[in-house]
Design a protein around this ligand. Structure first.
Ligand SMILES: NC(=O)c1ccc[n+]([C@@H]2O[C@H](COP(=O)([O-])OP(=O)(O)OC[C@H]3O[C@@H](n4cnc5c(N)ncnc54)[C@H](O)[C@@H]3O)[C@@H](O)[C@H]2O)c1
Length: 254
């Protein structure tokens, strides 16, 4: 028996990087997973269905910053499964961003990061919350980052957007908690996702500094996040709201 048996979970950005491991980890615990991503998640959905049974995963292509797309995805999940128990707001512009001095960030790029990383999670909540309110139960997990606590150089757009997730969670916990919806933040430290390993030029220099700042002196892997994600998605965290759980080997203490 899985800890998430019968739960229907939307994972935004669930097709690649850490999100892919989230989709697999949640399915391993019995959840049915809707993989909503700007990249194609059909192959991953197929693998999950082969491993766990037909209908246990579906891939939906969308741009999280578009309200039309978000409405379509949420509507499709409701039509297909009739419920949404958990929303994981994981999609973000991250691994594709180049380190840039704040004064060199183009206004268009700043706005795009905010549209994907902040408006996106808001749009998801706007369209998922009514179904959860009707059911009287739900879980929302906003993915922030340890960088919002510590700051890191040359990523002001990204760090600002992840700081917003912490405030967003605290506000939502107040509005949605009385309606049975538990909202929390998961804040990973530097995680060696396949996206990071593929795109970041200075990863080796960064890696040593990050590990030196940790209590637990090793790389963080996507699998390290699954225990916290499953906890926040399941019944075991039903009395937990408005919190940030930092999974970073003890760099950040919240
Ligand atoms: N890897 C790390 O070190 C780390 C640390 C802290 C937080 N995080 C957070 O974890 C999450 C996943 O990070 P990752 O390392 O897998 O990097 P990533 O860049 O691969 O993850 C982003 C995911 O969001 C999707 N996405 C991007 N723009 C989208 C859009 N407009 N609409 C829909 N989907 C979109 C991507 O396709 C991808 O699946 C992000 O929220 C990131 O901020 C990562």
């Amino acid at each position: 028996m899985g800890r998430l048996d019968g739960r229907v979970i939307i994972v935004t950005g669930g097709a690649k990087g850490i999100g892919k491991v989230y989709s697999e980890g949640l399915a391993n615990e019995g959840a049915t997973v809707a993989i909503a991503d700007i990249v194609d998640g059909a192959g991953l959905a197929e693998e999950i269905c082969v491993a766990h049974g037909a209908g246990r995963a579906v891939a939906m292509a969308f741009d999280v910053s578009s309200e039309t797309d978000v409405k379509r995805v949420v509507g499709d999940v409701m039509k297909r499964y009739g419920r949404i128990d958990v929303l994981v707001n994981n999609a973000a512009m991250f691994s594709t961003l180049q380190p840039t001095e704040p004064w060199d960030i183009d206004v268009e790029l700043w706005d795009r990061v905010m549209a994907v990383n902040v408006r996106g999670p808001f749009l998801m909540v706007k369209h998922v919350a009514p179904a959860m309110i009707k059911a009287g139960y739900g879980k929302i997990i906003n993915i922030a980052s340890g960088t919002a606590y510590r700051g890191i150089p040359h990523m002001a757009h990204y760090v600002t957007s992840k700081g917003a997730m912490i405030g967003f969670t605290r506000a939502l916990a107040r509005d949605l908690g009385p309606r049975g919806i538990r909202v929390n933040t998961l804040a990973p430290g530097l995680i060696m996702s396949d996206s990071i390993l593929a795109n970041t030029e200075h990863i080796e220099e960064m890696r040593d500094a990050v590990i030196a700042a940790r209590s637990i002196k090793r790389d963080g892997l996507p699998e390290d996040l699954i225990g916290a994600l499953v906890f926040l998605s399941g019944a075991e965290s039903d009395f937990v709201a408005g919190q940030t759980l930092a999974v970073c080997g003890g760099t950040t203490t919240t």
